[in-house]
Design a protein around this ligand. Sequence first.
Ligand code: TYC
Length: 103
Amino acid sequence: MSDNDIALKPKAKVKLKLDKPKLYKVILVNDDYTPRELVIMILKAVFHMSEETGYRVMMTAHKLGSCVVVVCVRDIAETKAKEGIDLAKGMGFPLMFTTEPEE
Ligand code: TYC
């Protein structure tokens, strides 16, 4: 090795190990007061569902008591749930969305 040579030491490899984010379910909860059509309208507006998917999700919650709407990261899940609740509330209905961690 001449004097001009620079001994290149291999750089320590930086390996970022990111934990995969925990996922949360947004759950639509049935009630006796919110009109079916309004539930579908909110599912379409907040969760970008088609009329048909909105109808099926609404009817599942109506018959079984609740239905998972979407699974996503916590921040988005909580924001979407709040948007749905607030839209219904603004029209005087008690529609509820909850969030819970996926197993
Ligand atoms: N049960 C309501 C009715 O008969 C409709 C409804 C469905 C409300 C699903 C909430 O999450 C719900 N008008």
